[in-house]
Design a protein around this ligand. Structure first.
Ligand code: DQA
Length: 144
């Protein structure tokens, strides 16, 4: 099984960015924890970050036929990007939406996710553990 983890804008700043909201764990540390767990589950993981909407769109398009599942923290693009939503719908690859913070407990503009309707489900508010929970969900994504 191959899972593609995609991270959107400003997530490269985790650890120093608004630590009261996002904690002090860096993206590299999250990736390391994830790789550890993925090895135990015998899951192949690819982990990427981009600040560019178009690059995220391209990676989602290319995932078709290459990955079984996409796990996407689209960051601020969650709330703005019809392009990401259309890319997910077009790819047909089961996609799990994740967030470190609980977007529903924050500012009103974060309550709306444009990608949620085309995702399998949403994991939000568990900090770095959102990534590990998504890995577990990926393994079972074909279960209904
Ligand atoms: C985020 C939540 C988004 O609203 C925000 O724009 C982010 C990070 C999260 O992981 O909690 O950049 O996706």
């Amino acid at each position: 099984m191959k899972v593609l983890f995609l991270n959107g804008p400003n997530l490269n700043l985790l650890g120093q960015r608004e630590p009261d909201v996002y904690g002090r764990t860096t993206l590299a540390e999250i990736e390391a924890r994830l790789r550890d767990q993925a090895q135990k589950l015998k899951v192949n993981v690819d982990f990427r970050q981009s600040n560019l909407e178009g690059e995220l769109v391209a990676w989602i398009q290319q995932a078709k036929g290459q990955f079984d599942v996409i796990v996407l923290n689209a960051a601020a693009y969650t709330h703005t990007s019809i392009a990401l939503r259309d890319a997910i719908a077009a790819s047909g690859v089961p996609t799990i939406e994740i967030h470190l913070s609980n977007i529903h407990a924050r500012e009103e503009f974060r309550h709306k996710s444009l990608i949620a309707p085309v995702c399998r489900g949403q994991i939000t508010g568990f900090g770095p553990n959102s990534y590990l929970l998504a890995l577990e969900a990926s393994v079972n994504v074909t279960d209904r």
